[in-house]
Design a protein around this ligand. Sequence first.
Ligand code: TYD
Ligand code: MG
Length: 455
Amino acid sequence: MATKEKQIFFCKECGYESVKWLGQCPGCKQWNTLVEATAVKKGNKIVRDKAAAKPTLLSDISVDSQDRWSTKMKELDRVLGGGIVRGSLILVGGDPGIGKSTLLLQVCKNLSDDKKVLYISGEESLKQIKLRAMRLGEFKNPVSMLCETDLDVIKESIKEYKPDVVVVDSIQTMYNAEVGSAPGSVSQVRESTNVLMQLAKGMQITIFIVGHVTKEGVVAGPRVLEHMVDTVLYFEGDRYASYRILRGVKNRFGSTNEIGVFEMRETGLMEVSNPSEYMLSGMPEGASGSVIACSIEGTRPILVEIQALVSRTNFGIPRRTAAGTDYNRVNLLMAVLEKRAGLQIGDCDAYVNIAGGMKITEPAMDLGIVMSVASSYKNKVIDNSTVVFGEVGLAGEVRSVSLAKERIAEAQKLGFKKCIIPKSSLEALDNSFVKNLKGIELIGIRNVAEAIALI
Ligand code: TYD
Ligand code: MG
């Protein structure tokens, strides 16, 4: 019986399927992301009666703690929830050039001590990989390399070589002959992931998949596969700044509340075990508009410097920019300052920047932004042994934030002398904790007017 080829439309952002073309994807609400593709033909399978599967009792399932392997990079292990799990499928996403291949090559290097590792590249030649590997230092143990994009060949190679860990760089270059469309299209990327998933579960191999985040073009982004894999990690950071942040977005084997901080050096990615120190290096001394705020990234407090520059505008409409933080939030906080604290900043240009290129949108940064804007406007310096945090409401009140203890402890650890925090957070602290604090003064405030009076 001749079957007609079926055409289906896929969203290349989120993988939403539709039988007709739509301007806006109902799944992710993006415009113009639906592309046409041929639906995968499954063939005429003969359906037989199947034997019933036997359920297992939950109490009979044993979990072997040996099934987690350390990557010997503490920051990566932390994001993964304590190491990689045998037989899991891990997606590493990120912009091109951010360092995904470098990270995974380093993982291969570390794991090759006691594991059989296979690195499959569909993007670079063996020579290019070798050149990168040479920058990373000496590889003591063998790591096998394969340049291939045909998934059937890859499948056979994996079955024959029987590795413990496989890296597939990148999923968008993989090609499955059964699927008619071009490599990188939604149906190709999904089918390829499916095949890898079966290999990982069937042979108990840990597979890392690299996925590029794409803004334009017909290449499907990693979001299409998020629901299929066990763990999703995103690599972020400014291409021009040297630090990189690895964020867990999904993890079937641990919490997603963790980040790993790395620095890109000549010799590959180095772990940054104390991000606060790193972020605060090179701070200006005695400059107005500079404030140190404390944000929680994952479960770790990180101190960052907020800089603001406020000056009278030369044009009718004041200009405002926010780098590293939410633009609308900065505008809102400036309106609160004007209305609740009586600062005449409505006709001022304002530039707010988080130094170091980090992106932070936590509400606890509000008080820091407010104080840096006020400090720059009044041209008065806030001494740089002070740390501030707190959320600011529309009535100008300073509201309490979570994990106040951890933030204060981080400030104390780095030798800060003063902490300006919400009064309600201060009152909620245990007495014993406050008593044991040495060399750091806690100042609780109720509203922005009190904060400004401190400047
Ligand atoms: P890469 O891992 O190729 O990025 P991706 O796979 O995410 O596209 O990293 C590319 C960048 O990293 C490139 O701009 C060079 C830089 N880099 C270093 O700074 N130091 C190094 O040791 C290596 C290997 C790369
Ligand atoms: Mg790469």
